[in-house]
Design a protein around this ligand. Sequence first.
Ligand SMILES: Cc1cc2nc3c(=O)[nH]c(=O)nc-3n(C[C@H](O)[C@H](O)[C@H](O)COP(=O)(O)O)c2cc1C
Length: 330
Amino acid sequence: MNFIWFQVRPFGRLLKALHGFAYNFKRFYSYAGWRSNMKDIEQRNYNAAKIYHSLEKSMSFKNRRKGAGWSDAYALLELLKVAASLGELGYHDKAACKLLWNFIGLEENSQTDQATYIKSELSKLDFSSLDEHGTRVYTAVDFQRGVLESPEAFFLSRYSLREFKDELVSEEIIKRAVSLAMKSPSVCNRQAWHVYHTTERLVKDAALRYQAGNRGFGDRIPNLMIITTDLKAFMPGQEHYQHWIDGGLFSMSLIYALHSLGVASCCLNWSQSPANDKLLRALVDIKDNHTVVMMLAIGWPEERNNVCISARRPLDEVYTRLKVRSGGYK
Ligand SMILES: Cc1cc2nc3c(=O)[nH]c(=O)nc-3n(C[C@H](O)[C@H](O)[C@H](O)COP(=O)(O)O)c2cc1C
C-alpha cells in the first residue's frame, strides 16, 4: 500500500501543478495587458513606459543611429492623444509627454519635418511631468557614492527575523523603504509593483489566515505587507512570468531597504494553491489584476534575537564559468 502511494503521489503533485498553471493562465487571460486597451489608464501607462523607455535608451547611446526612434515617437504621440481625450492621466502619460518634447528637441531632430509635426500636436496637450526624463550624465564619482565600505557587514548581517519588538514601524519609515525599493530595475521601467500595508490586527489576521509559514509568530507581527505586481503591465508571448521576476526583484530591494534602515523582516511565502489565493482575495481587498508575490512580516528587532543560521551552500555549487559548447556556436 505504502509503495503504491509513493509511486502515485508525484503524479498527484503534477496534477496540482497543472491546476496552478491553469489558474495562472486564467488570471493572465483575464487581467494581463494583451488586449492593449489604451483607454484603460493602467494598460496605457505601462505601454507608454515601454515605448518611452525605448526612446530614452536610444537617446542614451554613444553612437546614436541618425533617424532612430521616430516610429516610437509617433506611437507615443498616439497614446498621448488618447490620454488627453480621456482626461485621466497617470505618471507614465506625463513622463512620456516630457520625454517626447526632449526627443524632438535633440539637435539632430529639432529641424526635421517630423519634429515640427509632433511639436504642433504636443502643443495642444496641457500636461507634462515635473520630473526629469530623458538622459543625464552620470560620472564615475557619482557611481562611487554607492560603494559600501563593507559589503559583507551589510549583506551578512541580514537575517529573517520572526520575533519583533512590541512596537510598530512608523508609516514614514515604511514609505521610505518602499521609495528606496522603487529604484529596483523592472522590465522597460514599467514598475508594475503595488504594496499593501497594514498594522491592524483584524486585517493582519485575515491576510495571514491561509499563510501557513507564519505559525508560531504570526500573532506578534507588528507590520505586514503584501507585495504584488500588476498583471496589466505584461503581454503574452514572452512576458507571462515577468510579474514574478519584477516582483521578486522589488521584494528583495524592499528587504534590503528595510535592513538599511535598521528594520527587520521575514518573507512569508505565497506560492499558493488557487483555492487559497481565492480565499485570501475574498478576505482582504487586493485588486484582481494584482498578483501576490509574497507577504512580508516587518518590525523592529529585539535587543537579543534567536535567528536560524540558515547556512549558505559553498560557492562552487552555485557558480560556474560559462563556456561555449564545442561545435555549438559558429
Ligand atoms: C519567497 C520566500 C518565502 C518565504 N516564506 C517564509 C515563510 O512563510 N515563513 C518563514 O518563517 N520564512 C519564510 N521565508 C524565509 C526563509 O526561510 C529564509 O529567507 C531562509 O531560510 C534564509 O534565511 P535568512 O533570510 O535568515 O538568510 C521565505 C523566504 C522567501 C525568499
